[in-house]
Structures are given as structure tokens and as C-alpha cells.
Design a protein around this ligand. Structure first.
Ligand SMILES: O=P(O)(O)OC[C@H]1O[C@H](O[C@H]2O[C@H](CO)[C@@H](O)[C@H](O)[C@H]2O)[C@H](O)[C@@H](O)[C@@H]1O
Length: 377
């Protein structure tokens, strides 16, 4: 297995020149000589954005893909493979022009939201809490909790997470928020204390409830199957499952992919996608974080409404569904939390949870100031 740097050439939009290092094996992507792209200057391999997206967005239905594609995708999504290079720095600045910092453009953002109701959607892991090795210890700081609490007093606010709703609630511990767990497949309104609460606000939506027994069954099978792979961790997120490989030695990723695939091939009703060093398994129903966002806007009374301004902040591929919805609606915008250039439908960017907190605090400050000014009129 050889390691080579890959520069993503973006013929269509010429946006991205990000450099990632991919361990190139005899994968389906690179195996056929005719399919090998020519070497670009500087020893980089140049592949088209379309091909990279095929690799990155590998949405593997019931294990039909070649195993090497799984492993390539796991590597391509792995931050440990990102290396600094002049090309990356250049790519970073051109990407930042396309996706400016939401902090630097704060005044512009406020200007376009004028007269509209801002509604906030916040992903959890990597957005409100830093990414850590142990998923059970992804705690949110007290200052972030305080900020989100203040935010929810100013705007309707929802947490949209891949985690099961109960677990994300245990981390956030704010009853006044909307929660959409299991990648939006489990939505509940605020228990108390929200002026944006509508009706009784119990469970609002569980579109995958019939999959519960299957998810439980597959969870047990995956735990059993992957127990021989050191560091692998299967997380039951109620309507979906996560197989973590952050703590698995890279040499064992192929073994883990093979174990997961052997279980999933018996369950064509489930599909697999990828997050940050995690394989995500969920029902094949047409429901995702984007649909959850639309459902929540509707529940809040903002369906077909022109004066709403939804803002979605997230760091993961699963957040792209919500970014796309906002793009397509032409309402509000998405903010991608990332230190590195990524293909995204988000409009703006923030580097890390600390910057997310700064941005949320500025929103709160702006709103308070606006209310004060209004009261003085
Ligand atoms: O939608 P999110 O709230 O971002 O949830 C996506 C997954 O997040 C968690 O995993 C990620 O964070 C962990 C803790 O920092 C990290 O160890 C892991 O590598 C990341 O993938 C969560 O554990 C998953 O269940 C969620 O699906």
C-alpha cells in the first residue's frame, strides 16, 4: 500500500484545491490502469470533483460496494490524512472566499436577516462540543450551555443530532429546546420554559418507529461481530446505529468494514453512510436532517413563510442535507464548522466549537440590543 497526496481538481467551479493524503490500495477507484488519473505537477494525483464526491459520499446500500471502496472512503474522511502543503494553504484561502467566516461577515448576515424571524438549528458533536475519542465523554462546556440557553430565549432553537435524543439531551440539559435525535428521526418539542413552545409538545415525529426491533437486532449482531476488533465501538442511537473507528488501528479498518458489511448484507432495509470516523447505519426511509429542519419549521408555524430566516450550524456530512434544504429554499443559510476546506452546501464557515460559541453570543448580543432599541422608540 502506498501513500500519495491527492489534489482535488474542481473543473466545474474551480473552488477547491484541497490536498488530502489517501492511502491508495488496489481500490475500485484506482485499480484499473485506464482509470488512473495522470500525475499532476508536484507528484499529486489529480482527480475530478465528481469522482471525489463519489468516493466521499459513498452511500453504501446493503453492502453491495466493494470492500476497498468502504476502506478508501473511511480513509478519505479521516482527518489524520490531512497534511499541510502550500497547495492546501492556497486551497484554504480560495475556499474561505467561497465560504467566509460567519464571524467576519456577522454584520452582513444580520443585515439580510432584518425583519425576519431567525430560527436556530444546531448540530451537537463537533459543533457544540469538541470531537473527543470517547463518544460517551463528548461533554458540552458550561459556557456553551449558558450561551445556548440565552440563544433559546432570543430565537426558537433546535438541536439536530445523529445521537439518540435522550443521549443528546443528557449532554445539553436544556428543556427549552427542540430536539431532533437519530439524524432527525426522533423529534420532540420543548418540555418547558420556551416562549416558542406550541401545544403540548411531546414527541412530534418518529418516522422510523417500525425499524426499532430491526435496529436493536442489528445492534446486538454488530456488537458481537466487531468485538474482536480492538477500539471498535457500536453505539445504539435508537433509530440508527454508529460504528466508531476513531480508536481502531488503521490497519484494522478493512477488517472492521468487512465485519460491518457481513452483518448489513442481510438487511437491505438499512443503509450505510459516513461521518467523522464513524460508519452510520440507518433505515432507507427518505428522512434526514434536512427533512427534520423542514418539519420543525412547519411545526413552528413557518411553513410557506417568507419572513423566516433559518440558520443551521453543523460540521458533518449528515448536516449537508440541511444545508441543501436551505440553499434550495433560498432561505437563511448553513454554516459549516471545519478547519479544512470541504465540499459543502453551507454558505459560511466557522473553524471550531469555540467560534460557534462566539457567533451565538454575538447573535444574542445583537438581539438584546435590538430589543432595547425597540423599547426606546
Ligand atoms: O449529528 P451529530 O450530533 O454531529 O452526531 C454525529 C455522531 O457524533 C458522535 O460521534 C462523533 O463524535 C464523537 C465524540 O466527539 C467522536 O468520538 C466520533 O468519532 C465522532 O464521529 C456520536 O457518537 C455518533 O453517534 C453520532 O452519530
Amino acid at each position: 500500500m502506498t501513500k500519495q497526496n491527492v489534489v482535488v481538481s474542481d473543473a466545474d467551479s474551480q473552488i477547491m484545491n484541497m490536498a488530502i493524503s489517501v492511502a491508495v490500495s488496489n481500490s475500485s477507484i484506482f485499480s484499473a490502469a485506464a482509470e488512473k488519473p495522470p500525475m499532476a505537477p508536484g507528484g499529486y494525483i489529480s482527480i475530478s470533483r465528481k469522482r471525489l464526491m463519489n468516493l466521499k459520499n459513498l452511500d453504501i446500500i446493503n453492502g453491495g460496494e466493494r470492500l476497498t471502496s468502504w476502506v478508501d472512503s473511511m480513509k478519505a474522511s479521516s482527518p489524520t490524512h490531512i497534511q499541510s502543503s502550500p497547495c492546501l494553504v492556497k486551497g484554504q484561502s480560495s475556499w474561505m472566499l467561497q465560504h467566509p467566516s460567519a464571524l467576519d461577515t456577522f454584520d452582513k448576515i444580520i443585515e439580510v436577516s432584518q425583519g425576519k424571524q431567525i430560527v436556530m438549528f444546531l448540530d451537537y458533536d463537533g459543533t457544540l462540543s469538541p470531537i473527543v475519542e470517547d463518544p460517551d465523554r463528548a461533554f458540552m462546556s458550561d459556557s456553551m450551555r449558558k450561551t445556548v440557553k440565552q440563544l433559546a430565549r432570543c430565537f426558537p432553537t433546535a438541536i439536530v443530532s445523529g445521537r439518540c435524543r435522550d443521549k443528546v439531551y443528557k449532554f445539553v440539559r436544556l428543556a427549552e429546546l427542540y430536539y431532533a435525535g437519530s439524524h432527525g428521526m426522533d423529534i420532540k418539542g420543548p418540555a418547558k420554559g420556551s416562549k416558542y413552545k406550541k401545544g403540548s409538545q411531546g414527541v412530534l415525529c418518529q418516522p422510523a418507529s417500525e425499524f426499532l426491533p430491526m435496529i436493536d437486532e442489528v445492534y446486538k449482531l454488530l456488537v458481537e461481530k466487531t468485538k474482536s476488533t480492538p477500539g471498535a465501538k457500536v453505539e445504539n442511537n435508537k433509530f440508527c446505529l454508529s460504528v466508531h473507528f476513531r480508536c481502531v488501528d488503521e490497519k484494522k479498518w478493512s477488517e472492521l468494514a468487512s465485519q460491518v458489511r457481513s452483518v448489513l448484507k442481510e438487511y437491505p432495509q438499512l443503509r450505510l453512510s459516513q461521518g467523522r470516523k464513524v460508519l452510520e447505519i440507518r433505515p432507507t426511509i427518505k428522512w434526514d436532517k434536512g427533512k427534520a429542519l423542514e418539519f420543525l419549521l412547519e411545526s413552528l408555524g413557518y411553513a410557506n413563510c417568507n419572513d423566516v430566516f433559518p440558520v443551521y450550524i453543523g460540521d458533518d456530512r449528515t448536516d449537508e442535507d440541511a444545508f441543501k434544504v436551505l440553499r434550495d429554499r433560498g432561505q437563511g443559510f448553513g454554516i459549516l464548522v471545519s478547519k479544512i476546506p470541504k465540499e459543502t452546501s453551507a454558505t459560511y464557515s466557522l473553524q471550531e466549537p469555540a467560534e460557534v460559541m462566539d457567533f451565538l453570543q454575538r447573535l444574542v448580543e445583537w438581539k438584546r440590543q435590538a430589543v432595547r432599541s425597540q423599547a426606546m422608540l
